[in-house]
Design a protein around this ligand. Structure first.
Ligand code: WTA
Length: 690
């Protein structure tokens, strides 16, 4: 039974938050790690954990920096002169693209860096060797510098689908020291435009179209919307650079604007063979921005630094995913989210592994597709989200059995995975022999923070695992008191010490960085150090006796839909963009496939003659402002919102109605009678839909 918010063990979890609708599954028994890994894994014994303990904070993290090639060595591991703004590997300089490409050329230049798998199955996978990738990145870097004037420190917005052009563009920016801001391809033009304006990009890079679920999508018009939205916000895009999905055939109906637009595939041949020396960047120079949803309607640009981020992405890829040079690894995620940045591009390439890039949707044309790809390419390590696993299981429960693939490690990321889904992943996808790692982390953390280590830690279905070496989590109640492990009580998941992958700041808004992540449990002292600034993840979690964490979900106004973070305030402001909508409120509901989905409540300025059409307009408004992936599960048109006497909308009451739980005492509302009315509307919609 899902616990109500009134359960005492749910103490610090606010009613109506995502964490409050978490299903409370019982603690599972632990399974031993696969025997086969013990002799071969990157981390085979407790040596790593011991070294981290013995060296202590912060020097332990030198082990991560040692995985990289530095152009100039760093003088200090860590600097907290101005907490919570930290500097890692201070005085050192490096280039991320050189770490992902140049340093591999001698040893494995002719091995594939990327296997690109087009969605159309008739099209064969394409290998890009390290040498080819290096050449393509150099040519594009030359073009960016000479035709678009891109320099170190400039921001470049990238709105591309899952094709090799995406990592090529990211690495070309990194080579020049420019800061890339990749916007997930599924975001609408409007959403992209807001991110261009916030980051101050003068250059936008897009593609004409791409294949998704068997259809060729025309992507280019999104760029026109994005540029118009950015212009309204005062930011002019000087250069729109357009890749062609099929080089030489511009497939969009949208016309080109001379002077601004450039077809990359037309002009790149002139830059072929060019060598652009990778720019030596200070370790703490920003490498990229990744916009993420928070508690306000305005997305925030998580700024990640070069040395710290790359060191953590490489180290965690080695420890948790057990990646090895020249081995084939596939992360079925989108590079447009942080998972793809760290574990399709930067982690695997910095280690010299082969990373698979799949263009389309997982179950296209059928749910056996991923396992056929894995078998064909010899994928040994695989990673995806619980939503993808649920989908593949539902559509093809026996499909993995038909394939000859044999995985060593299979990872999951992005949402809680329930034990039944975990078991299918382990037994059927992993064929009972692969280690499952349930990795918890966030856009802000740069890389994995909690997970079992595949060869040495027992696995526990439904729990992420213990912290990684160097990570120091604690559960705090609302008053900042530690919730002891094994107590079964939920609280705020907080990290007491920093690590190299932690974001540097919110782009252009350092105050927001401090208030969002550090203010809550901060301690005032005369000589502040990192110890006074614990990082608040925004997730509710429970810590078991054995030190394993169970993540319940977000405690703030964020809903995690299929592993994609959506801000309820962003969805609400999309609804409020319609003139007929007076008020809007968004709450999470559980969804069998996608974990959670948003449900929208709106009240109108005037009663609607056609409520169904109004509901559709609301849905379209959300798709236009954010993207199709944000589509609400339901839109309810209500006569009024439940409100406190001071006029505040009581989202917790709406959440209770949507989730069929007890809204608690509503007599103190200014309009208690509306609760019953809303309940009737929701019940009627439910019976209509079923
Ligand atoms: C959730 C994705 C349970 C969590 C890497 C977090 C998880 C948010 C897990 C970050 C997991 C991520 N188990 N929940 N293994 N991994 N989450 O920024 O709520 O897109 O705060 O980063 O996803 O989502 P983001």
């Amino acid at each position: 039974m899902p616990p109500g918010a009134s359960d005492p063990e749910w103490g610090a979890v606010p009613a109506g938050s995502e964490a409050s609708i978490a299903v409370h599954w019982p603690e599972e028994a632990r399974l031993p790690p696969p025997v086969g890994l013990a002799a071969t894994a990157n981390v085979r014994d407790d040596g790593l954990r011991t070294r981290f303990r013995e060296r202590g904070f912060p020097e332990c993290f030198r082990e991560c920096a040692d995985l990289l090639t530095w152009m100039h060595p760093y003088a200090a591991t860590f600097d907290d002169a101005n907490p919570p703004f930290y500097r890692w590997f201070v005085g050192g300089s490096l280039n991320a693209s050189a770490n992902c490409l140049d340093r591999h050329l001698d040893l494995r230049g002719d091995r594939p860096a990327i296997w690109f798998v087009p969605e159309r199955e008739a099209a064969a996978p394409i290998a890009l060797t390290y040498r080819t990738l290096h050449a393509r990145v150099n040519a594009l870097a030359a073009l960016l510098r000479e035709s678009a004037g891109v320099r170190a420190g400039d921001r470049v917005t990238i709105h591309l689908p899952m094709t090799p052009e995406l990592p090529i563009t990211m690495l070309a920016c990194a080579r020049l020291g420019a800061v890339h801001s990749v916007v997930f391809g599924g975001f609408s033009g409007e959403a992209c435009g807001r991110r261009i304006a916030d980051s101050g990009s003068r250059v936008l890079i897009t593609m004409d179209g791409y294949d998704r679920a068997g259809r060729r999508l025309d992507h280019r018009p999104n760029a026109d919307t994005a540029i118009a939205v950015a212009a309204q916000a005062g930011r002019t895009v000087d250069h729109l650079l357009i890749w062609e999905r099929d080089p030489g055939t511009y497939a969009s109906a949208a016309p080109l604007r001379p002077g601004r637009d450039l077809l990359l595939n037309d002009v790149l041949p002139a830059f072929e063979g060019r060598a652009i020396a990778p720019v030596a960047m200070p370790s703490e120079a920003p490498l990229f921005l990744m916009y993420t949803s928070g508690t306000t309607g305005r997305p925030k640009g998580a700024q990640h630094g070069t040395g710290g981020y790359l060191a953590w992405a490489a180290a965690t890829s080695r420890w948790v995913l057990d990646l090895r040079p020249e081995e084939v690894y596939w992360c079925l995620a989108d590079i447009g989210w942080i998972t793809g940045h760290s574990y399709i591009v930067y982690g695997p390439l910095s280690l010299g592994a082969t990373t698979v890039l799949y263009e389309g949707v997982p179950a296209h044309p059928d749910p056996g597709r991923p396992w056929r790809i894995a078998e064909r390419l010899g994928v040994r390590v695989f990673q995806t989200s619980p939503t993808a696993i649920r989908q593949l299981r539902q559509l093809g429960p026996d499909a993995p059995t038909a394939s000859g693939h044999r995985f060593r490690v299979i990872a999951t990321v992005g949402e809680p995975i329930e034990p039944a889904t975990w078991r299918w992943y382990h037994d059927v996808v992993g064929k009972g022999e692969a280690a499952v790692v349930d990795t918890w982390w966030q856009t802000e953390t740069g890389g994995i923070l909690t997970s079992t280590l595949p060869a040495i830690d027992p696995m526990k279905p439904g729990s992420t695992g213990p912290p990684l070496p160097g990570i120091d989590p604690v559960i705090l109640d609302d008053d900042g008191k530690e919730v002891p492990k094994g107590s079964g009580r939920a609280g705020h998941l907080v990290l007491r010490s920093p690590w190299p992958g932690l974001m540097q700041t919110v782009w252009g808004d350092p105050d927001r960085f401090v208030t969002t992540y550090f203010a809550r449990f901060h301690r005032e002292t005369e000589n502040p150090t990192w110890r006074d600034w614990p990082y608040v993840a925004g997730d509710g979690a429970v810590l078991a006796e054995d030190g394993y964490l169970r993540i319940l979900g977000r405690l703030d106004d964020v809903i995690n839909v299929a592993g994609h973070r959506l801000g309820t305030k962003e969805i609400e402001s999309a609804c409020l963009s319609l003139p007929e909508v007076a008020e809007a409120a968004v709450v999470p509901v559980p969804d069998e496939l996608r974990g959670k989905r948003p449900v929208v409540y709106v009240s109108l300025r005037r009663p609607s003659a056609d409520p169904r059409a109004t509901g559709e307009r609301v849905t379209r408004a959300v798709e236009t402002a954010i993207g199709r992936f944000a589509r609400p599960k339901a839109v309810h048109i209500v006569p009024d919102m439940p409100k406190t006497r001071s006029g505040k909308i009581m989202r917790r009451v709406l959440a209770a109605i949507s989730n069929g739980s007890d809204p608690g005492d509503v007599t103190t509302l200014s309009n208690p009678a509306v609760v019953e009315e809303i309940r009737r509307i929701v019940a009627a919609a439910g019976s209509e839909g079923s």
